[in-house]
Design a protein around this ligand. Sequence first.
Ligand SMILES: Nc1ncnc2c1ncn2[C@@H]1O[C@H](COP(=O)(O)OP(=O)(O)OP(=O)(O)O)[C@@H](O)[C@H]1O
Ligand SMILES: O=P(O)(O)OC[C@H]1O[C@H](OP(=O)(O)OP(=O)(O)O)[C@H](O)[C@@H]1O
Ligand SMILES: [Mg+2]
Length: 286
Amino acid sequence: MEKKLKIAVQKSGRLNEGSLALLKECSISIDNGKDQLKANARNFPLEVFYLRNSDIPQYVEDGIADIAIIGENLVVEKQKKIEVIQRLGFSKCRLSLAIPKNADYNGPSYFDGKKLATSYPNTLQQFLDKNNLQAEIHEISGSVEIAPNIGLADGICDLVSTGSTLFKNGLKEVETVLKSEACIVQNQNIEPEAKKILDKLLFRVKSVLAAKNNKYVLLNVPDESLDRVIEILPGMKSPTVLPLAQKGWHSVHSVINEHDFWNVIDQLKENGAQGILVVPIEKMVL
Ligand SMILES: Nc1ncnc2c1ncn2[C@@H]1O[C@H](COP(=O)(O)OP(=O)(O)OP(=O)(O)O)[C@@H](O)[C@H]1O
Ligand SMILES: O=P(O)(O)OC[C@H]1O[C@H](OP(=O)(O)OP(=O)(O)O)[C@H](O)[C@@H]1O
Ligand SMILES: [Mg+2]
C-alpha cells in the first residue's frame, strides 16, 4: 500500500478554514464530506484527520499524526515532544494578561497574590515564575473575559487579536505573555518515508507563502533612470528589462517583497517610473 503522510487539522474553529485553504493552495484536493473525521487527498499521498484543537499536540507526540497545523500558543501550553517546522502567517494572536480597565497598573508585580482566570495555565505559570510572582490560577476552558465581571478572578490571561472581546468586557491588556501564529508541527520520530512526503509538502507550502509575501511589478522607465531603477529593484535574480516601442523608454519587470512594498514604489516614482502595474503571484518556486 502507498505510504501516506498523516496530518491533523482542527475539525472546526478558527484554524480550520486557514488550514484547508493552505492545502488547497498547495494544489492538494481533499474529499471533505460533512461529519467525516478522516479523509484522503485525491492527488497527494496525504491522509487528513479532523480533530479537536486541544487534543492535537498529544496525537502528534504519539505519532498518530505525523504532522499538524496548530497555533504556537498551543505548542507552548501543552509542552509535548513536538517540533515547530514552519510558521504559516495566519491566525496571528497573542496571549496577554488583562485587568479591569479602571484598575491602576504598575507593572507585573500587580499580579502578586491575585487570582487569575485562564485556559493557558502552564504558559501563565511560566510567566509568573519568570517574574518571581505568586498568583492563584483558576483554569477555565472558554469565555475567560467574563471572569472578572462575575467575581471569579481579578484578572485574566487569554488570547487577543483585535482586542474587541477585552474592550466589550471592560478589560485592558497590560502584558503580552507570548505571540502566536498558525504553524506546522512534526512528530520527533517521523519515519523516513513520511519525511520524504513531508519535504514535498513543505516545498509547496514555502512556494505558496513566498508568493503571498511578494508582488510582481511592471513599470515604464525613462532610459536616463534605468540604472538607478535596476538598483532599487533587485528581483529574484535581476529585473527583466525590455525596450518599449517608443524610443527612450524601457519596460522593467520585477518582484517586490510585501514588507517594503510602498517604500520601493515611492522610490520608483521619484526616479521617473510611470504606468506601474502590480500583479499578485500565485506560486513562487525558490
Ligand atoms: N481571536 C483570535 N484571533 C486569531 N487567532 C486566534 C484567536 N483565537 C484563537 N486563535 C488561534 O486559533 C487556535 C484555535 O482557536 P479556537 O478558538 O478555534 O479553538 P479552541 O477553543 O482554542 O480549542 P478547542 O477546539 O480545543 O476548543 C488557537 O489555539 C489560536 O492559535
Ligand atoms: O481580540 P479578539 O479579536 O476579540 O479575539 C479574542 C477572543 O478570541 C478567542 O475566543 P474565541 O472567539 O475563539 O472563542 P472561544 O472561547 O469559544 O474559543 C479568544 O479566546 C478571545 O476570547
Ligand atoms: Mg477560541
